[in-house]
Write a protein that binds this ligand. Sequence first.
Ligand code: AMP
Ligand code: MG
Length: 342
Amino acid sequence: MGILALFTACSPLKTEMQDLAKDNGAETQIFAMDTVMKMTIYGENAEEILNEATQEVYRLEKEFSVNIEKSDVYQINKNAGKMPVAVSNETLHIIQKAQEVNKLTKGAFDITVAPIVKAWGFTTEKQRVPKADELSQLIPYVNSDWIDLNTEENSVLLEKSKMAIDLGGIAKGYSSDYLSQWLRKKQVTSAILSLGGNITAIGLNEGEKWKVAVQDPLNEDEFTGILAIEDESVITSGGYQRYFEQDGKRYHHIIDPKSGFPAESGLISVTIIAKDGTKADGLSTALFVMGLDKAVALWRNSDDFEVIFVTDDKKVLATEGIADSFEFVGAEQGYTYSTISR
Ligand code: AMP
Ligand code: MG
């Protein structure tokens, strides 16, 4: 498994970080949601606020985890095909957002892919290649239309007993949105969060935009480019972030719900830049599955996100709306760069 890659998907550039003590800043690094999270905030009471923020992350983890027995998600899965489970507003909201991205991406993003993710062992650490007939028995149960959300009673029912959901493709984005709202309520006006390499910037960094590096998917010590952002999220999905090898072949964790296999779309990373971090997280996973052409078509029909694509033939492509805020630095590693127009 690419341990290092888990938290270097993209990262705020260290050289850009302020002197914490000088600016009333505080920083913490924790392990939650199966990944490394780093939060840096500035201003009055930074340390105290950061401690509380950490507790908020653990609280969200307890709602969204597939493995923690008391979690909403665990209970939803356990009661699949049986009865609706009462859940928090947050769980209801994140599932609703997942449903929206499912529709928007015509099923490329689908949280009901959980039984397949499990068959590959990505949620259990015992990774393996499932047999074709095992996968073909699971694929019919990947169907987000069979998630019944009851917004009056705040409950969720999976209609078939073999169904399960996994929020791994969207929970970090949701958490970053939640935390940035929460921090703003605490009057924090400058902060940067890195939840497993997914970056969310609050405000500015000493009056300048935050600089965020987009990782070279083929070399975790290098970048393909540097983004300048303010009050938005930068969320990357890539096969290099989590994978295992068997018989000389590499299998990564982003599953094409139609085939049940790790997506092989010609893309090696997809970075979404958007105000809505939850949607950005769902989209990064989905666009990776869809491949460049379908992903670009979806972008052309939307106006609330931008994308940096990296392809397996070493092209870095930035959509028009972000090109001015993206500095390409991948030439030395053999990448070529171009922009995608509307
Ligand atoms: P991300 O890192 O955001 O791309 O999310 C990848 C994680 O989402 C995986 O580790 C799985 O838990 C889950 N996942 C994998 N494939 C999909 C998919 N097609 N739709 C939704 N979630 C997925
Ligand atoms: Mg995602």
